[in-house]
Design a protein around this ligand. Structure first.
Ligand code: UDP
Ligand code: MG
Length: 169
């Protein structure tokens, strides 16, 4: 059955120039990329993404990690992959959460590390089940940014919406 999954190449993956490598590994799954963008991650977005972990002792650190505070820039690459068993296939390729426990050939096993303060810098995020994938995809992307219709949408007219445009336009 077709499934969608959110993949994030976290700031350590970008800083270590692993983007091409990770995308190549993911292409082994034969899944389709249906959305992709670079994101400057706000504290609000990071906190919402990891809200189910807010009572964990490492919550503050993983928010800083996802925001890029440990890697020069607020930068994450967000992608949606779609296809058969997308979640299982991508989780398997990513490997276990703890990079020391992840299979050595997996993405996290190959490139992840545990920092001296105990954060698992594990290079990628992969949604772990169908409801989580839906919540996360809706958090990171608008319907217009995804090239297929994954979830129900509605039309609204937005008034007085403030946004940035190029200064010379
Ligand atoms: N994490 C950590 N220490 C832990 C557990 C998690 O640093 O003991 C970090 C790690 O970067 C992980 C993220 O928090 O990817 C989210 O944790 P989760 O349990 O959702 O693992 P995942 O779904 O990413 O495998
Ligand atoms: Mg998770």
């Amino acid at each position: 059955m077709g499934q969608a999954v959110l993949i994030l190449i976290k700031p350590d993956g970008l800083k270590k120039s692993l983007t091409g490598n990770i995308l190549t590994r993911l292409s082994e799954t034969k899944l389709e990329i249906v959305a992709a963008k670079m994101v400057r991650v706000s504290k609000e977005l990071a906190q919402e993404h990891y809200k189910h972990l807010k009572d964990k002792p490492f919550f503050g650190e993983i928010i800083k990690y996802l925001q890029g505070d440990f890697h020069d820039r607020k930068k994450v690459m967000a992608l949606v992959y779609w296809g058969n068993d997308a979640i299982t296939k991508c989780r398997e390729l990513a490997g276990a959460t703890n990079p020391e426990e992840a299979e050595s050939t997996s993405i996290r096993g190959s490139y992840g590390r545990i920092t001296t303060s105990g954060v698992y810098e594990n290079v990628v995020h992969v949604s772990s089940n169908v409801p989580e994938a839906e919540r996360e995809i809706k958090l990171w992307f608008t319907p217009d940014e995804i090239i297929v219709d994954l979830y129900a949408t509605k039309d609204v007219v937005k008034k007085e919406l403030s946004c940035k445009i190029w200064a010379d336009k």
